[in-house]
Design a protein around this ligand. Structure first.
Ligand code: GTP
Ligand code: MG
Length: 316
């Protein structure tokens, strides 16, 4: 027991020297908690250590970590200070309870040209604003799966927000993923960049397009959903451990089971539906107007806001 108590950092784990510790950290296993919940073979793969040694390290990390229970009022106090990113439109911020929430996943689904990507660009700029001024004073990690990231739009929106446009662009790290494996890896390896660049917003635009094109047909669905599940789980854990907001866009399909009303349904099934903390449905209205419906939220009622996509970004 005395020996276990002395474990305070990764370097204190049995069989882990400075070199292995560095390798672990570089692979995202940068805390005792992350090692306690790790699969031993993943540790072995990341460091080249033996599976036996990895199992011992995981076991020791489990013994060394403690789980703290909080009262509901403590949780309530913490939630009050949760960061939020303004969407640029007061009406949309209001139905969201103050903007897009940190520590969670916000999903926006809708047909093409509904404005999902444009809202993402606005968040890329607004997250850089100071806390209390609609931002989280942080940077962005943008996973672009459709080749639709447009720095010139960021520049225009940043200029309208009176930010230094060169700095605003520098604060956004863009990964162009052309396969679902690249998309998954970009998120698996994100911890280091997130810390170094104080990233407070992760955008995945769009979540499902590569998965959909790579796994057509029913036969591959099980494998697809399994990979997707792990991917979303990692996004959630980034949101939790770094206090950042995750913004994902999603495609839609027509659901023939819905006979009355709007049959537009987001793709990705239950895995995406359950993982998204907040879900928004965006659709076109007249000209630059868009209707945004809050479909699912842990704390706010269903509601709609009308916004505009202007040259300067998202506005009321
Ligand atoms: P998909 O990715 O195709 O599913 O669509 P999306 O929902 O991401 O749509 P996106 O956010 O790309 O919105 C496209 C719409 O935004 C266009 O039809 C335009 O109406 C508007 N838009 C795009 N760029 C500009 C711009 O520079 N100025 C203005 N005013 N509107 C723009
Ligand atoms: Mg788009």
């Amino acid at each position: 027991m005395a020996k276990e108590k002395s474990i305070k950092s990764i370097e204190d784990l049995p069989g882990i020297g400075p070199t292995t510790a560095e390798k672990l950290k570089a692979s995202g296993f940068d805390s005792l908690d992350s090692i306690a919940v790790a699969v031993p073979s993943d540790l072995a793969d990341a460091t080249g250590m033996s599976l036996e040694a990895a199992k011992k390290a995981v076991e020791a990390a489990k013994q060394a970590t403690t789980l703290e229970f909080s009262s509901a009022s403590e949780v309530y106090e913490r939630r009050k200070v949760l960061g939020r990113i303004s969407t640029g439109a007061a009406s949309l911020d209001e139905i969201l309870g103050g903007g897009v929430e940190a520590n969670g996943i916000t999903e926006v689904y809708g047909k093409f040209a509904s404005g999902k990507t444009q809202l993402g660009f606005q968040l890329c700029v607004n997250v850089q604003l100071p806390v209390g001024k609609g931002g989280l004073d942080g940077g962005v990690l943008f996973i672009d799966t459709e080749g639709t990231f447009r720095p010139e739009r960021i520049e225009a929106i940043a200029k309208a927000a009176e930010l230094d446009t060169a700095k605003a662009l520098d604060n956004i790290s863009v990964v162009r993923a052309v396969s679902s494996d690249q998309q998954i890896l970009a998120i698996e390896r994100a911890d280091k960049t997130i810390k170094e660049k104080n990233i407070k917003l992760v955008v995945v635009d769009s979540l499902m397009s590569l998965f959909r094109s790579e796994y057509p047909g029913r036969g591959a669905l099980g494998e697809r959903q399994q990979k997707l599940n792990a991917h979303i789980h990692k996004l959630q854990s980034l949101a939790d451990s770094h206090g950042l907001a995750v913004y994902i866009t999603n495609q839609v399909m027509d659901n023939p089971a819905i006979l009355f009303g709007d049959p537009t349904t987001p793709v990705g099934g239950n895995i995406v539906a359950h993982a998204a903390t907040t879900r928004l449905y965006m659709r076109k209205s007249k000209e630059e107007k868009r209707i945004v419906r809050l479909v699912d939220s842990p704390s706010m009622p269903e509601a709609e806001a009308v916004i505009k996509i202007t040259p300067n970004g998202i506005r009321d």
